[in-house]
Write a new protein. Sequence first.
Length: 237
Amino acid sequence: MLYIGNFKMDIPTENYIAELENIDKCGEELWLALPYPYLSKYAQNLERAGIVMGAQNVTSAVVKESTGEVSAEMLLDVGCAFTLVGHSERRKDKGETYGRIVEKCQQALAKGLNVVLCVGESREDYENGNTSRVLEKQLREVLTTLKEINYNNFIIAYEPIWAIGTGLIPSIDEIEVVVRHIKSMTEKWAKSELRVLYGGSLKANNAKLLKSADGVDGFLIGGACKKVDELQKIIKA
Ligand code: PGA
């Protein structure tokens, strides 16, 4: 299983990182997406602990005259192995259009960063039975446009927007249907079966249940990754 923590805009304290260095990964993969300013600061600690460090975003800009942007090369340079792309909090508030998401994926993958592409439907789409259609649109745009990339470095995180930070989760059946659908789309358009993660309100108390979902290769964890004991319980569940 692959567990990816998304620290969002919280500050990872030195105490937190020190505790995290002692976590028992139980032989699983643990990745952590930190805010940009903390990447250099904690790169060595995470490396020592065998935790893969990544960013929460990467630029789509190609020219150096892009004030305030952070490129894939910079992320690699400070020790990142991956970046999230297209998290719903960025699609919603930060003008992250389909075109921009494709460019980000293309550039990051071409430079050798792993990409975790976040997809997921809104509450309204979920209630209207449009989940499949929304996911198909989100994935088709990317998978049919990317060129000459290594799909081994590409992971999909299914995060229903209505489940993020709300305490609500889909049923196990619903997750299994969606994950199967995503995998069939990746086979069709990417000609390979990509890893698919689930994200949205995964906590210590529902981890065992969510881990029972067939086909899920891991989890993207927001709130619950910020407490090491909670994260530990999730990994052990
Ligand atoms: P959550 O966030 O685990 O707090 O619901 C998940 C995410 O936004 O990636």
